[in-house]
Design a protein around this ligand. Structure first.
Ligand SMILES: [Zn+2]
Length: 468
């Protein structure tokens, strides 16, 4: 993968406090070290459900979970055909997990540092002393250097490589299965994975510790965002609101805006396709801060268009315009004529957002001047800030839904749909019935639903990643 960085990567680690720090100095006074991660680097905390999920994937594959109790874990979503996330533990990437959509399964892709946290009881390859040094340097495991191999390893499986004393010397992908490898005289057994070397120092900490470690950094980014809001509001004396979606970014934006210019209404574009947790969050936030909620839209708009157009696709996404932009435009025109909306957009969300302006007007909704106070924040800035402010964030985040929006959004990856199928079976069943109706009416093949082809009209596969 060849991608330019968005600038300096934000993630550092304090080995004194065992916490992530979003700058070069921890509040404890210690210098931090940068953690090399794959860009764009929109790191976020792993919640308990994420940790259980990762440990289940690891347990099934390697016979042992990855993450011990009491350690802070970060996730970094990286470009892939469907979904792949780096797992950061002890200030180092210790693994990735990848969703293989065709096989409906997750694959763990370890790094050597993972062995600092767990001992695999499956998928082990043992090499002789003479081979250890070159394997540590990244050479492949060749047949003459092989001492032993666990039963049942298949070609293409991920493995841990150990020396005869039980020290982990590398990780990689098996090029020969156990059966074949045991009779091979020469040839490659494991292709060793080479990674950017990085320190990994395990240690226990809490998210309160992380908030404390980032105290001065959070104060600084908060002050900058508050100044930005005051500035934009002063230059544009329009009726102001916060565009609130029920997601973490709009919640952080709301907190900033309240500090800057006081209480203003929440503008909620209700597509009728939100999770129940999102509707509850909007009630909870409005009541916690005593704010008015101005709603637009109705579920009918979506289903009427669905009957004509079929499901929205990534490259034919009529839904945003029909269910969000146009109702918002009509409401603003009717209510204020023109308004200033603060929006939780951030550049780290995707490469596409990298160069977005901080103040802009959408072509469809010209009557809405939009401004993004937290444009330069990573998801970790947002979360640490919400933790510090004890803000009532959406419960979906604790159910492995990391982007809040319509449950059937075609831009979601298949891994998210798998989560929705498992965790929200009623919503999923309803949507499947709608898809079957369209499939039958238009004589489409079964895989149009099963493989998620409805999400795409004509585009090809996404970019490749470095984890082949
Ligand atoms: Zn520290």
């Amino acid at each position: 993968m060849r991608r330019s960085y968005l600038g300096k990567l934000a993630l550092h680690w304090c080995d004194h406090c065992h916490v992530p720090v979003l700058g070069s100095r921890c509040a404890c006074g210690a210098e931090t070290r940068p953690v090399p991660i794959t860009p764009p680097g929109d790191i976020r905390p792993a919640f308990d459900a994420d940790i259980r999920h990762i440990n289940a994937i690891w347990g099934e594959y390697f016979g042992s979970g990855l993450i011990p109790d009491g350690h802070l874990v970060l996730l970094n979503k990286i470009p892939d055909a469907d979904r792949m996330e780096e797992i950061i533990l002890g200030g180092s990437v210790v693994s990735a997990i990848r969703y293989i959509a065709d096989e409906e399964r997750w694959e763990p892709i370890p790094r050597r540092a993972a062995a600092a946290f767990m001992q695999p009881s499956k998928q082990r390859v043992i090499v002789d002393r003479g081979a250890v040094e070159s394997i540590r340097q990244g050479s492949s495991v060749l047949a003459p250097g092989l001492v032993g191999m666990d039963d049942g390893i298949g070609e293409g499986d991920e493995v841990f490589i150990f020396d005869e004393d039980g020290q982990c010397v590398g990780v990689g992908r098996a090029k020969a299965g156990t059966e074949d490898a045991r009779t091979m005289q020469r040839g490659m057994i494991v292709r060793t994975r080479k990674n950017v070397p990085s320190l990994c120092i395990p240690g226990r900490a809490s998210w309160d510790d992380a908030v404390e470690a980032n105290r001065t950094i959070l104060d600084r980014v908060e002050a900058e965002a508050v100044r930005f809001v005051c500035d934009v509001a002063a230059k544009n004396p329009l009726p102001a609101n916060v565009s609130y979606s029920g997601g973490k970014d709009s919640l952080a934006t709301l907190l900033i805006v309240r500090k800057a210019i006081g209480d203003i209404p929440l503008l909620f574009a209700d597509t009728g396709l939100e999770f129940a947790e999102t509707y509850r969050n909007i009630e909870e936030v409005a009541s916690a801060y005593g704010l008015e909620v101005i709603r637009t839209g109705s579920a009918d708009a979506f289903w009427e268009a669905f009957a004509r157009e079929g499901p929205p696709a990534v490259d034919k996404r009529w839904c945003c315009k029909a269910c969000k932009l146009l109702p918002v435009r009509d409401l603003i025109t009717e209510q204020w004529g023109e308004c200033l909306s603060f929006i939780g957009q951030r550049k780290y969300e995707s490469f596409a957002r990298k160069n977005s302006p901080r103040v802009w007007r959408n072509g469809v909704v010209g009557c809405q001047l939009s401004a993004a106070p937290i444009q330069h924040w990573t998801a970790l800035h947002v979360w640490l800030y919400l933790f510090r402010e004890h803000a009532p964030y959406n419960a979906l985040y604790e159910q492995r839904i990391d982007r809040i929006g319509c449950y059937l959004c075609p831009s979601s990856d298949m891994a998210v749909f798998a989560t929705i199928r498992e965790e929200f079976p009623d919503l999923w069943a309803d949507w499947q019935a709608r898809l079957v109706w369209w499939q039958t009416a238009h004589d489409l093949p079964g895989e149009w639903i099963e493989k998620g082809l409805w999400r795409r009209i004509g585009e090809s596969a996404d970019e490749d990643s470095s984890y082949s």
